[in-house]
Design a protein around this ligand. Structure first.
Ligand code: PMP
Length: 550
């Protein structure tokens, strides 16, 4: 019994002897490699990423497949990874469509590359256009599939490009269940911006479902060119037969492994959240613009609008140096606007005359990497409640959480440090990074309270007074009787406050007295949080210094 993939694939592809690469995963590390006409010298590049670029890369890097499998919640055997979702589209059409005979179905207006590749391959293109409200014509798609014998691939995009709306998952699954002799290619390039889950959990029981994913959008890796198809292993097997010998550069592999490592996930998720918050902001502001008559809801990182006068809107954007995508194939006046950074969106809204002097965002990121520690930190001073700390030292996590909770801001801080030596580097570097990140979130410090202080707490008395004036100074008065609290050495407390004062550029005075070392330490960090809450709070619009700068 042949599988669906084998029945649908072009017979000449199944008959093909796939190209054998020189890559051999077993003895690559030890071997003297004289088999691939490579240059034995590493390239003349300084970046450590380039270390092994003189060698051909692993065709389907196992570590990358493993990471993608975990990220997308599928088995490694369900994945083929290549140069963007674009390459997956090419492989699918080339592997399954015989020129002139086989057909693909698309639902315009949609991502135009499906049709471009089909035309290059000489495949027939059937079209089932979207309804006026951008929903798909499900029954027509099914009818086309039933009547067209050689319909190999049906491309559905959800969330859609350019319109931004989603296809209800039950409609997609219904099409899969009715058209079991076609592959349903569901392009989820923008799914990370949607509230809907990927349909990848349906792959095991849906052998005609193929899902496209990309790292270009949510993970900001468009220039690295990396994306994949998720499908039944037999489909993957067919695609691998026609894949070029080494589809991914080792530079891309390394960059992607870093950017999507579990370590970076808190920051990556924060960035998506920021884009969603900005999308929300544009959704409320754009309808107020005179140039714009309709704004369509979006589950992607772009918003589709209808403008009153395309040419004058285009000219306005051109004059302001803002690039937007004119999409009048959807309808007259159609434009797609990608969600940018808060500052870019400020400019867009100003040009459109609907910028409400939103206060400048006070969020910042810092990534710090040394041989001793790797730290990723993000702070948003104007939003509280999202706190995620993971340093490997439980008590310290608890302390930083106190600072953010009592400081009233969001803090994400993850550290992978050399704890096998001791806690020192991790603690110190975390506090330095925290201070640096806070400094950059404060920006020009316009409007802040600048000073903060706190008086006694609980049975322990801790006091932190603080000046964010730019000059580092640190005074710590207090003593501890225990050497450690969990894995946290108490002697580090004074040092941590100094590191923080140094990297933030603040005077930090701490004094503590009491009996219980856990309480005393916790009180110091809580008091720091409270002092920060007062000092970072925006109270006006002036720089709080007679010098005019801080
Ligand atoms: N699918 C859709 C719907 C897209 O909009 C795009 C790129 N704009 C892609 C796929 C291709 O993505 P990649 O960068 O992974 O090739």
């Amino acid at each position: 019994m042949t599988s669906l993939a084998q029945r649908l694939a072009r017979p000449e592809i199944l008959a093909l002897e796939p190209y054998q690469t020189a890559y051999d995963e077993n003895d690559r590390a030890q071997a003297i490699k004289l088999d691939a006409n490579e240059n034995p010298y590493t390239p003349l590049l300084t970046d450590s990423l380039a270390a092994s670029v003189n060698r051909y890369p692993e065709p389907q890097p196992d570590r990358l497949l493993a990471r993608l499998a975990s990220l997308y919640q599928v088995d490694k055997r369900n994945i083929i990874v290549g140069r963007g979702a674009d390459e997956a589209i090419e492989l699918l059409i080339r592997a399954f469509c015989r020129p002139s005979e086989d057909a693909v179905l698309v639902c315009p207006p949609t991502f135009s590359y499906y049709e471009t590749v089909a035309q290059i391959q000489g495949a027939r293109v059937l079209q089932t256009p979207l309804n006026n409200d951008f929903s798909i014509q499900k029954d027509e798609i099914i009818a086309a599939g039933v009547s067209e014998e050689n319909l190999k691939l049906i491309f559905l995009c959800s969330p859609m490009n350019p319109t931004g709306n989603s296809i209800p998952p039950e409609d997609i699954l219904d099409i899969c269940s009715k058209l079991t002799d076609s592959l349903i290619v569901l392009d989820e390039a923008y799914i990370e911006f949607s509230e809907q889950d990927s349909l990848s959990s349906h792959l095991p029981q849906t052998d005609n479902l193929v899902i496209l994913r990309t790292l270009s959008k949510a993970y900001g890796l468009a220039g690295a060119r990396c994306g994949c198809a998720l499908a039944h292993p037999d489909v993957i097997d067919v695609l691998r037969r026609i894949m070029p010998p080494y589809p991914l550069s080792s530079l891309t592999e390394e960059a992607v492994m870093q950017a999507i490592s579990p370590f970076m996930m808190p920051l990556a998720n924060e960035r998506v959240r920021e884009i969603l918050a900005q999308r929300e902001r544009l959704m409320t502001s754009l309808p107020l613009a005179e140039d714009i008559c309709d704004v369509y809801p979006s589950d992607a990182n772009a918003i589709f609008v209808r403008v009153t006068d395309s040419d004058s809107f285009q000219q306005k954007m051109d004059r302001a140096g803002i690039k937007v995508r004119r999409r009048e194939n959807v309808f007259k006046g159609g434009f797609r606007i990608t969600v940018g950074t808060p500052a870019e969106n400020d400019t867009l809204l100003s040009v459109l005359g609907v910028f409400k002097s939103a206060e400048k965002s006070r969020a910042a990121e810092k990534i710090r990497k040394t041989k001793e520690t790797q730290i990723a930190c993000r702070i948003d001073l104007d939003e509280s409640g999202r706190i995620e700390i993971e340093t490997g030292i439980g008590f310290f996590d608890h302390m930083l959480e106190q600072v953010a909770r009592h400081g009233g801001f969001s803090l994400s801080l993850v550290c992978k440090g050399d704890l096998e030596i001791d806690a020192h580097h991790t603690l110190e570097d975390c506090m330095l990074t925290f201070g640096e990140c806070l400094k950059s979130a404060l920006g020009d410090k316009r409007g802040i309270g600048r000073f903060g202080f706190l008086l006694p707490m609980d049975e322990t008395e801790a006091q932190v007074s603080l000046d964010l004036g730019g000059r580092p100074y640190s005074v710590f008065t207090g003593a501890f009787s225990a050497t450690h609290i969990g894995a946290y050495p108490t002697e580090m407390t004074a040092h941590l406050f100094r590191s923080f004062a140094d990297s933030l550029g603040a005077s930090v005075h701490v004094s503590v007295r009491g009996e219980n070392d856990h309480h005393k330490t916790e009180a110091c960090f809580k008091a720091l949080g409270r002092a920060l809450r007062m000092a970072v709070r925006r109270e006006g619009s002036d720089i709080p210094s007679t010098k005019g700068v801080l």
